[in-house]
Design a protein around this ligand. Structure first.
Ligand SMILES: Nc1ncnc2c1ncn2[C@@H]1O[C@H](COP(=O)(O)OP(=O)(O)OP(=O)(O)O)[C@@H](O)[C@H]1O
Length: 345
């Protein structure tokens, strides 16, 4: 049980509203009126603005299991980035607790210990590359842990190899000489060199061309296959259906659904109502069902849909194998899903 969210709510301070309120308070003070200071703790968290705050998360409860691949979906501004930044104590809840291995991340020492174990890869992580050489960039984190030179060197090599970069070939180069996809790999390597147990990826394939995108998804599947838990924020329902053990859907800062991809994507109508879609093959299966084809309500990839459609057309029995087509670099059928919590209504 590496990470547990217990009733987590979070609000961003809104500087504009704070300024306005300060001006109003000053006027009232000058007029002799005494006012209570505003508090984020007051009132029920409601997504969007209240008082001087923008509530981004409200009452989030779930547990990330060891080794699990959790997909996080939601419309723009639904709170996905805010949620994942709670996972290593970078952001602290306004209410509730986030526990790492049972310890509260609000405790600075716990948060510090956890930072190496929960590797957070932000959107466009290559924008944060800074060192003169790839080797130096990747070494930055482990060196800050106070490890020996040999251990830092070992970790740098292993991390570069994990992201399929040759340490001899790229180690001495400036990261800025590399292609965009390679730069992102270097940024990933910098996080992997901390040897995290959990990898948290905020839209890791955003902005990549289709080939680099597929390569990266394979890489992520491999990194998960090596035993790490992965949390991946994505706008692509197809990617989440292929890769995730469970999908957590956020809507206006609240947990809308949490379940296996089959459970979540069976609720196409409700997802569409909050501005989300279902994977392409799932949508096609629903349309075919409406046309009268006898297709089970399982999770489909294009290949498994084609198989079941062929069976429906030839009058054979539908396959009861798990439906998600194998993720790149990983056969989804071989990986047991953790017992899913029932989807939240
Ligand atoms: N630094 C900030 N200051 C004030 N409000 C913020 C800040 N960052 C995010 N918000 C607000 O918090 C809410 C959640 O934002 P968040 O970035 O977590 O959503 P998201 O689902 O990751 O969005 P996207 O898909 O666009 O990345 C939104 O209303 C957003 O406007």
């Amino acid at each position: 049980m590496p990470i547990a969210f217990e009733g987590v709510s979070y609000a961003y301070a809104d500087p504009e509203r704070q300024k306005k309120r300060a001006r109003r308070q000053k006027r009232r003070r000058e007029a002799g009126v005494i006012e209570e200071p505003p508090s984020l703790e007051k009132g029920a968290p409601t997504w969007g603005g209240t008082a001087d705050a923008v509530w981004a998360l409200a009452d989030i409860d779930f547990t990330l299991a060891d080794g699990e691949f959790l997909g996080v979906a939601g419309h723009t501004g639904s709170g996905k980035s805010t949620l994942v930044q709670h996972m290593n104590g970078l952001v602290r809840p306004a209410r509730g607790r986030v526990l790492f291995d049972g310890q509260d991340l609000a405790d600075k020492r716990v948060a510090q210990k956890c930072r190496g174990k929960v590797g957070l890869v932000f959107q466009y992580p290559e924008h944060q590359l800074f060192a003169a050489t790839v080797r130096e960039d990747v070494a930055f984190g482990p060196r800050n842990l106070g490890l020996s030179t040999e251990e830092v060197e070992r970790r740098v090599r292993a991390a570069l190899e994990d992201v399929h970069l040759d340490p001899e070939e790229v180690g001495g180069k400036s990261p800025f000489e590399l292609s965009g996809g390679q730069q992102r790999r270097v940024a990933f390597a910098g996080v992997l060199a901390m040897e995290p147990r959990v990898l948290v990826l905020d839209e890791p394939v955003a902005g990549l061309d289709p080939v680099a995108r597929e390569e990266f998804l394979s890489l992520i599947a491999e990194l998960h296959g090596a035993g790490r838990a992965v949390v991946m924020v994505s706008h692509s329902m197809d990617d989440l259906a292929r890769l995730a053990d469970r999908v957590l859907v956020l809507n206006e800062g609240r947990l809308f659904f949490l379940g296996t991809p089959a459970e979540v994507f069976a609720r196409g109508e409700e997802l569409r109502a909050i501005g989300l879609d279902v994977p392409a093959a799932q949508k096609l299966a629903a349309e075919l069902r409406e046309e009268g084809f006898d297709l089970p309500r399982d999770l489909y990839g294009l290949e498994s849909l084609a198989d079941d459609l062929a069976r429906a057309l030839t009058g054979g029995e539908p396959s009861r194998e798990p439906k998600a087509d194998a993720a790149p670099g990983r056969d989804a059928r071989e990986t047991p899903r953790p017992s899913g919590e029932a989807p939240h209504a």
